[in-house]
Design a protein around this ligand. Structure first.
Ligand SMILES: *[C@@H]1O[C@H](CO)[C@@H](O)[C@H](O)[C@H]1NC(C)=O
Ligand SMILES: *[C@@H]1O[C@H](CO)[C@@H](O)[C@H](O)[C@H]1NC(C)=O
Ligand SMILES: *[C@@H]1O[C@H](CO)[C@@H](O)[C@H](O)[C@H]1NC(C)=O
Ligand SMILES: *[C@@H]1O[C@H](CO)[C@@H](O)[C@H](O)[C@H]1NC(C)=O
Length: 261
């Protein structure tokens, strides 16, 4: 009898230990972490989220560094009423990869830990490390909207190890319809623009389409960049008179064009 009590207490210590001791990415490099990310997965165990989890979409975010070390994270989300952005300002701590911010919504200081990232492909981010169920989240960030299966598995394993039930771990699909999507950054100069070619094959019809997108860090795009973009569109076998120039409504909009191949 005594022995089994002893064993039980050891197990409990281990479980608490795992939850308390998540370290940030070793040698975390904030400069390399900056720039565009997509939130492609979210583990969140709150009843409110679970009710609406099927509505979760991939959202775009941009991480920008301020000279004083504060990090701006802007997240964009498309809702039925339009495009919204939210700015989070993360203050650095003495530990690289660990940040704090004040949540006005919950009236409390929360923290963010970049648990693991390889900078060019994915990042696992833990919100509110102290395990308070109500507020803890794990997010999977990808540099592209589609990340490799083994990275999704890594995210699921990590979330499960933090105690999230399977049905609270959500990875939204890239598009509304079921399609195999390949996207390529064709041209970018990193701090101004990026041109993407997105090839998708809708299932089960097998209809293929090509989408050429121009993303810009700023709302205004130089004529030279537009010329290069039009050339890319023609190069993909499309006529540049079908290009849709979006109004300045924010990051949810990009200048884009689509056509069946
Ligand atoms: C961060 O956000 C603040 C507040 O909107 C803004 O004034 C500042 O220019 C931003 N800094 C960067 C580097 O984006
Ligand atoms: C850094 O600057 C921003 C705005 O420029 C400010 O909101 C933030 O509080 C500053 N952070 C620190 C640690 O001083
Ligand atoms: C926020 O929390 C503090 C203490 O944690 C409390 O004194 C304050 O009244 C709270 N503010 C609001 C708006 O709830
Ligand atoms: C990190 O990113 C690169 C892409 O730049 C990828 O080739 C590599 O496999 C990634 N490493 C891991 C461990 O996922």
């Amino acid at each position: 009898m005594k022995i089994s009590v002893f064993v039980l207490s050891v197990v409990m210590v281990c479980v608490i230990g795992v939850h308390a001791d998540v370290q940030p990415q070793r040698d975390f490099n904030l400069q390399r972490f900056a720039g565009r990310w997509y939130r492609v997965g979210l583990a969140y165990d709150s009843p409110g989220f679970l009710r609406h989890k099927d509505e979760l979409r991939i959202t775009a975010g941009m991480i920008a560094l301020q000279p004083n070390g504060t990090v701006n994270l802007t997240m964009w989300a498309m809702r039925s009423s339009g495009c919204f952005n939210t700015l989070y300002q993360y203050e650095r701590t003495n530990t690289p990869g660990h940040y704090t911010y004040f949540s006005t919504r919950h009236n409390k200081t929360k923290d963010i830990t970049v648990v693991e990232t390889n900078y060019t492909e994915y990042a696992l981010v833990l919100k509110n490390k102290k395990f308070e169920r109500e507020y803890t989240q794990v997010a999977l960030y990808g540099r592209t909207q589609k990340v490799r299966q083994d990275i999704i598995q890594k995210f699921k394993r990590f979330s499960t190890s933090r105690g999230f039930p399977t049905d609270s771990i959500v990875t939204p699909h890239v598009s509304e319809f079921n399609a195999d999507v390949d996207s390529y950054v064709v041209h970018t100069n990193y701090d101004e623009y990026a041109m993407w070619v997105i090839l998708s094959t809708e299932q089960p019809s097998g209809i293929q389409s090509t989408l050429v997108k121009l993303y810009s860090r700023a709302m205004d795009v130089r004529e030279g960049v537009l010329t290069q973009y039009r050339a890319l569109v023609r190069n993909q076998g499309m006529s540049d008179d079908i290009i849709i120039y979006k109004d300045n409504k924010g990051e949810c909009d990009q200048i884009s064009t689509a056509s069946p191949v």
